[in-house]
Design a protein around this ligand. Structure first.
Ligand code: DGJ
Length: 522
């Protein structure tokens, strides 16, 4: 059965082979999947790290090197590579934009500025990004994407490909908007009625940042009158979303599997569009993207920032938008971020970026931008951390999917404070990181899953738990048992019973899964 997203009353599920699926992913570097021989040793490594899904780019320029002639050899090889290693694929459609740049358009697009106009800055510079108002580029990008999806439908008989990311980190850098005369004329015209009506209907439930700037009475005027300081970014969001939404819809018309876009988030509140890509699917623009690109299933975010908890909350604020993190940190933050996203926000996918470099740290190249990619590795080998974390998550995956949105899963994430408080059904759980800070090389984190009354799973590393009965719960309790173990085929399998000196709900410095059972009395 082909993959799809279902909306349960409690949240969204990513259905693969007819069952809810937790994407334990990893995204390869931009250029790795341009070569099947380069990928050859990588598949096995990624399977051994415990991934179930690889996120890998495919490239418009290699699929349609000559206009109208399509070459799917690379795509076929990637599907075969993943399939033969028991891995799924989420393919990233690097086409009109990759980090806002048009570096992956075919050469016949790249060199023809007349047919495929570039965005212009306010001072008339030609920017390295095709204009989001280029109808011709949109038509041809959508045509190529539709061909890709038709090819996957026809050849991927066992559903190796479970989803698509459409473009990559869209928007415009270095300029708040496209200043081509056509764009300026549109910017000075009234806000399109479909958008005005959509926002009016949702007034009161809009993204807080958008709501702060939006003047509802201005919605019958031009972009500046309606959106004030956010006018340029809102304008770019609408037109970029229309473009990407049309590409996604063309692909879905051929083969309807889950599709999402990824945002390069703002690095601080109030940052103007153009510093982060202006018009990309950042949280403040979600309402506009939802209106202009209804074909998309999710507006995802690449989350490398240390205010991870706030970012997760911002990217799940839009009703019905599941948390998908196609790019996360592969470094010492990996464990805490992965557990937190899955538990606290019911994330469908977590996927550290540059996954094939884990455990194999190359000397960073001299280029500053590329260096920042390598710096996320901080010279550490995180393969044991990833293997340990994904091993636990894989064993818990059925339970995690079943508990999405039920309020029974709680994320734990060491932040600026030494303690965290989690409210369980019968108890308050006081989480303390204090005993571990000096001993841990990684930030502490994990999750608590309430299996049943007085029956809890604690996963992660670097914290201890003190349970305090709630007023309605018997005031005293004892542990029945604490066990370290895992789930195999849905059954708990105890590896060590910890009822002696170790009878404390303490998660050591390495990823661990504990089952804690207790009984209360008066
Ligand atoms: C975000 C982009 O989406 C990726 O393709 C890659 O360029 C990373 N940044 C590098 O950090």
């Amino acid at each position: 059965m082909q993959p799809y997203l279902t909306k349960e009353p409690t949240g969204v599920q990513w259905m693969v082979d007819g069952k809810p699926f937790l994407v334990l992913g990893g995204e390869v570097h931009n250029s790795s999947s341009s070569s099947l021989s380069y990928m050859e040793p990588i598949w096995e490594k990624l399977r051994d790290l415990g991934l179930n899904t690889v996120l890998a780019p495919i490239y418009w320029e290699l699929i349609e090197p000559e206009e109208g002639k399509f070459d799917f050899a690379l795509l076929d090889g990637l599907m075969e590579g993943a399939r033969s290693h028991g891995l799924h694929l989420i393919l990233l459609w690097f086409a009109t934009w990759k980090n806002t740049l048009s570096h992956y358009v075919p050469e016949w697009v790249k060199t023809d500025f007349a047919r495929f106009p570039r965005a212009l800055s306010a001072d008339g510079r030609i920017l390295p990004s095709v204009s989001c108002l280029s109808g011709e580029c949109r038509r041809l990008d959508a045509r190529a994407f539709a061909q890709v999806m038709a090819h996957i439908r026809e050849t991927d008989r066992d559903y190796t490909v479970i989803g698509m990311q459409v473009e990559n980190e869209t928007g415009l850098l270095d300029s708040p908007r496209d200043y081509r005369p056509e764009a300026t004329a549109l910017f000075e015209s009234p806000v399109p009625e479909e958008l005005a009506a959509f926002l009016r209907e949702r007034e009161g439930a809009l993204s807080p940042e958008l709501a702060r700037h939006l003047r509802p009475e201005g919605l019958s005027g031009n972009w500046r009158e309606a959106f004030g300081l956010l006018a340029e970014e809102a304008f770019m969001a609408y037109h970029t979303a229309r473009y990407v939404g049309a590409v996604a819809a063309a692909g879905k018309a051929e083969y309807d599997i889950p599709m999402f876009v990824n945002a390069w988030p703002a690095q601080c509140p109030g940052e103007p569009g153009g510093v982060h890509p202006s018009g990309g699917p950042v949280a403040a623009m979600h309402d506009i993207w939802r209106c202009a690109a209804p074909a998309l299933d999710a507006l995802a975010a690449d989350l490398y920032l240390e205010n991870f908890a706030e970012e997760c909350a911002a990217y799940t604020r839009l009703p019905g938008n599941p948390l998908v993190i196609p790019e996360g940190r592969p470094d010492r933050w990996f464990m805490a971020h992965a557990f937190y996203a899955f538990a606290e926000h019911g994330a469908l996918c977590y996927s550290p970026f540059g996954i094939e470099d884990v455990g194999h740290i190359q000397a960073p190249p001299p280029d500053a931008v590329i260096q920042s990619v390598f710096q996320t590795f901080e010279g550490r080998d995180t393969s044991a951390l990833i293997r340990g974390t994904y091993g636990i998550l894989r064993s818990m995956s059925r339970l995690i999917c079943a508990n999405r949105g039920t309020g029974k899963m709680h994320g734990i994430l060491q932040g600026r404070l030494m303690n965290q408080m989690v409210e369980l059904s019968g108890y308050y759980a006081h989480i303390s990181f204090a005993n571990f800070v000096d001993r841990m090389e990684i930030p502490a984190g994990g999750m608590i899953l309430e299996l049943g009354e007085n029956d809890f799973l604690l996963a992660g590393a670097g914290y201890s738990v003190r349970l305090v009965p709630k007023p309605e719960t018997p005031p005293h309790f004892e542990y029945l048992s604490i066990e370290e173990g895992s789930f195999v085929d849905g059954q708990w399998v105890c590896r060590r019973r910890l009822n002696g000196d170790e009878l404390h709900p303490v998660l050591p410095a390495e990823p661990t899964l504990l089952r804690v059972r207790l009984f209360g009395y008066r």
